[in-house]
Structures are given as C-alpha cells and as structure tokens.
Write a protein that binds this ligand. Structure first.
Ligand code: NGQ
Ligand code: ZN
Length: 458
C-alpha cells in the first residue's frame, strides 16, 4: 500500500484538509483519512481533484481538428463537415489510428482527463472489407490507452444505414458497417482477449437512430446483455434539427422520445448530444437516470444547438463531458463553455449551480465526474475508498492559482485557466504525468509526426 498526503482535496462530500489517500496494489483507493498526519506518506505539491472522465471520443478526429474551418462559399454545416471527415478517414490504417490515439490520450492526461470512452466505429479496411484480424482498429485504441496509462471504456459501434428507415450506407461509410452478429462477436472477442483489466471496460455503442434500424438496435442490446448485464451503451441521439425532423417523419416521434419508448434506457445508457429535446423529453431523460453526454466545444464547432441544461438540472438529470471531435482537449474548456453558452443566452451567471448556493466550478466538476463515472461504467471520478486512484494535482505556483484555496481554487482553474495548471496526474495508482511531463512523450510525439507526414501528404 502506498500513501499520499494532500493539504487540500476535493472529496465527493466537498473540500477536505490534510487528506491521506491510501492506495492498494490493484490501483484502487484503499482508504481516505481527513485531518490526518502526513507520516511517511508522499507529500503532494498541490491540492488534488478527482481525475475527469472524458465520456465521448472519436480519437482519429484529433488529427483533422483545425482542418475543416474554411468555407467553400456554398454554406458549411454539420453535414459538409461530415463529408470532410469521411474523406479524411479514408486513408487511415490501424497503425495511424494507434499513433493519433496515443498522442490524443497524452494530451488528455496532461489536461486532467484520466479515463476516456471511445465511441469506435472505424472497424474495417479502406474498401470496407474486414481486416484479417477484425479487432485490428479496436486493439490499436487499447494499445494507445495502455501506452499512455489512461483508463479506457471501449464502445465498439453498430452502424448499418445512412438514414431512418434503413437508407443504404454511402461509400464514405463502408468502413463502419457491420451486422449485429459482427459487432457482438467483436465485443466477445475483445472481452476474451483483454481479460479482467481494471483499466479497461468494453461496452457497446449504437451510432445513432439514423444509422441503426429499430430491429437491429433491439437485437444488439439484447445480445450485449447476455454477455454483460451492466455494460455501458452509448448512442448519438438528437444532435441536428434535420435528424429530429427525419425521425418525426419516420416514426411520428422525436428521437429522444422514440428511444425512451422503444429501448430499455436506464443508468447503463449514455445519450450523446441529446441536444434537441422538448420539455417532456428532458424530464423523461432525467427520470430514466441515463447520462446526457455533453460535448460543448464540438457542439459549438459543428453548429449543433443548445442542450436544455437548466431544465435538465432542475429535473435531477445526470450529465458528463466529452471532447468528441477534439477541437479542444481540455476539461476546463468543456465546462467553461457549458456554462458560458447559458450565460450568453440567459444573461445570467452561475447557471450550472442550478440556482443552489455554492461555487459554479464545484458544481461543474462534481456533475461531470459523477456522470462520467456512470457513463464509462468504471469506478472512477471519486476520491473515495473503492474508486480507482485517479487524481490531478494542481499547480498552485501558477499565477492563476496562487494563494487560492478550495472553491476559489476550482473556480479559478475553470474560469480563469490558462495552460500548465495541471502539475501531476495519477491514474490507477500510477504517476502518469509528473511536473507536466509524461515518460513516453518523445516516443509518442515522434510516432504522431510520422503519421501526420504520411496522411497529410495523401
Ligand atoms: C461521428 N460526430 O460519428 O463522428 C459524428 C458525426 C454523424 C459527431 N456527431 C457523424 N460529433 O453523426 O453521422
Ligand atoms: Zn460522437
């Protein structure tokens, strides 16, 4: 058992002083004492927060972030971005995916993300044929996460159609397409090949109601449940108004309402981009105890719309954050923009507190770690006995944080932040970042540059 000592720590019940964290050989927190003596424990250089789960990632998109910001003069939107994304991924091979993911995960851990959910649909070779090893791209992501030391919830994704009512896929989607059986077999294989690893969980994603016909959705969910009763299930649900209209035309219902009526949505589910909901969908989703997966910087970048946060919070809804397309890889930016979007719209402040007294930063960090924990279906996001020892040490030498404690510290971190506020990061009881550096940084950087040299040329 190793032990850490922090003068200040954000526990699930709030800030505590003189905190001793004992960590077992399995990387779980074995005990937490407050008002403790440091004794022989390692004294940490600053206050600690639970590491942030990143509940939604498409790793390969990191390498195209910033490359889709030009206008063709004919009107850019989500759908034209999607075509650019299809053109970009057409050259990627498993070794590229591995290098891009490792670089991305490295950036994540340095920013304070300690676990990630990979919504993974890039399964097949460039012509759509399965790789000789059907798990090639999934294993590339698992290896990248292991190299960096970030916790991973891998969500192999079912994708079959290019629109409601089974519109056949287009050429740009062929690398995604699988049968229900194919995806379930991939999940089974990954479960067997990776064994019981406390840093890894395998779940399932359904790409969207656009891409997964109703019967396939039901079959996939039932099939997953025969393997794992509590595995997480993620779905993109109501991101764009066009898909809401198409869903209504197809079924007479809006997407979230349709899903709540036709799928066993409960706390194992995460609805990503449940952006467009009416009042009844919002309260029903909160009552279902599923997590709303919010990706504020990507949703802004793609022009999605506003999630009804205030109403969802008032209904007791659970939520977490994801960096999705990775135009930003920083939890403070997701949290800040979640709040700022509402401030701009409502002309009010401290919106994410839901009107309760207390720090906005604290409400944001707490909400996102709890929702992330649930969505990733791993014991993360809490400095508490039985949770993974995933923690972030803040750099109180930085001018932004100097002299600040507790709520003022967290509010400064989130709202007045600049780079280099995260000093050290521990994941599963292992130091992954020390004084802002990762041990494998040079190797990971070199592989990433080699990959970019190849793919940007083609
Ligand atoms: C994705 N990304 O699968 O990468 C999607 C776009 C789609 C986001 N929604 C493609 N941010 O939804 O069809
Ligand atoms: Zn997504």
């Amino acid at each position: 058992v190793t032990a850490l000592f922090a003068e200040s720590a954000l526990l699930p019940e709030g800030w505590a002083r003189d905190v001793r964290v004992s960590i077992g050989p399995d990387g779980d927190i074995a005990g937490i004492d407050t008002g403790a003596e440091p004794g022989e424990a390692e004294r940490l250089a600053g206050p600690i927060l639970p590491g942030m789960p990143n509940l939604h990632s498409h790793a390969f998109q990191r390498a195209m972030a910033g490359l889709t910001e030009c206008s063709s003069g004919t009107g850019e939107d989500f759908w034209s971005w999607r075509q650019a994304m299809y053109r970009f991924l057409a050259v990627l091979q498993p070794e590229h995916i591995r290098a891009i993911a490792a670089q991305l995960y490295l950036e994540m851990v340095k920013a304070g993300y300690t676990a990630v959910g990979e919504f993974h649909y890039l399964h097949h070779d460039r012509d759509g044929a399965p790789y000789a090893d059907r798990a090639s791209t999934s294993l590339a992501l698992i290896e990248a996460a292991q190299e960096v030391g970030i916790g991973l919830t891998l969500l192999p994704t079912l994708y079959q159609a290019n629109g409601f009512d089974g519109v056949p896929p287009e050429a740009g989607q062929r690398r995604f397409i699988d049968t229900v059986d194919g995806i379930l077999r991939l999940i089974e294989q990954l479960r067997q090949r990776t064994g019981a690893d406390p840093q890894l969980r395998i779940g399932l994603a359904l790409h969207s109601l656009r891409a997964v016909p109703a019967d396939a959705l039901a079959e996939a969910v039932a099939g997953l449940r025969t393997m794992d009763a509590s595995a997480p299930i993620h779905i993109h649900v109501a991101e764009q108004l066009r898909e809401v209209e198409e869903c209504v035309a197809w079924s007479g219902q809006r997407p979230v309402a349709w899903l709540l009526d036709h799928a066993p949505v409960d706390e194992t589910w995460c609805l990503v981009h449940a952006t467009h909901m009416d009042e009844s969908e919002t309260t029903r989703l909160a009552a279902a105890r599923a997590v709303a997966g919010l990706c504020p910087t990507t949703e802004a970048n793609l022009g999605d719309g506003f999630f009804p946060l205030l109403q969802f919070l008032a209904a007791g809804g659970r939520w977490g954050i994801g960096s999705d397309s990775h135009v930003s890889v920083n939890p403070i930016e997701e949290l800040r923009w979640l709040e700022y979007g509402r401030r701009l719209r409502l002309r009010r402040r401290a919106v994410s507190t839901g009107g309760r007294p207390g720090s906005t930063g604290c409400a944001l960090w707490h909400g996102a770690v709890e929702g992330g924990r649930q969505a990733l279906a791993r014991p993360v996001g809490r400095l508490a006995t039985g949770s993974r020892a995933d923690l972030v040490v803040l750099n109180t030498e930085a001018p932004t944080l100097y002299g600040k404690v507790e709520d003022a510290l967290l509010d400064s971190f989130i709202f007045a932040g600049s780079p280099a506020l995260v000093r050290d990061v521990m994941i599963g009881g292992r130091w992954v970042v020390r004084q802002g550096r990762h041990a494998a940084q040079e190797r990971i950087d070199a592989a990433f540059r080699g990959t970019l040299d190849q793919i940007l040329r083609t």
